[in-house]
Design a protein around this ligand. Structure first.
Ligand code: SF4
Length: 167
């Protein structure tokens, strides 16, 4: 659940409650302003606030990192069947550990969700040239940024809709 103030943040406790009787891993993610709306900071709810809200209702226990958990910090409501994860790309960015490459629906590969247009993989895929494809992917990985720059109002960030980007 990407938590957005005034849009869906009233549902945080409902989502957390889904882990009580079912073995679900529900993750709460701080909103990242990929569309660069002027008011994005007002929409963002920090991971600590999300945890605080859940902690006021339920007793939360730290829960060890699971395989493929990525940057999620995990917790369990005491006695629950499932778990809760908190992902904080804004208040505690984890870019230096990021191992993701993003591929857009137009076949452009990006080393970071927020980097520019990316590299067009389609010609290499059409050629079936695995060696060059591997080199291209290595180049993208080598160019991954240390941080996303959202806090610095990075002017190079280009607005885009998340629906166009896979992970
Ligand atoms: S490097 Fe980009 S894709 Fe990776 S965590 Fe940072 S913002 Fe997200």
């Amino acid at each position: 659940m990407v938590v957005m103030r005034g849009i869906n943040d009233e549902e945080v406790l409902d989502f957390a409650a889904m882990t009580l009787d079912r073995p679900y891993a529900v993750r709460f993610i701080e909103y990242m302003p990929t569309l660069q709306a002027d008011n994005w900071r007002n929409l963002s709810v920090s991971g600590s606030e999300i945890l605080e809200r859940i902690g006021k209702r339920y007793e939360l226990l730290p829960y060890g990192s699971q395989e493929l958990a990525g940057p999620s910090r995990n917790f369990k409501i005491k006695g629950s069947a499932g778990s809760i994860g908190i992902i904080t790309p804004i208040s505690g960015h984890f870019c230096s550990d990021c191992n993701r490459i993003r591929v857009t629906s137009a076949g452009m590969a990006k080393g970071c969700l927020l980097s520019g247009d990316g590299m067009d993989l389609k010609p290499l895929l059409r050629l079936g040239d695995e060696k060059r494809l591997r080199e291209a992917l290595r180049q993208i990985v080598a160019g991954k940024p240390d941080r996303h720059g959202l806090d610095d109002n990075n002017k190079e960030l280009q607005p885009f809709a998340m629906s166009r980007v896979g992970g």
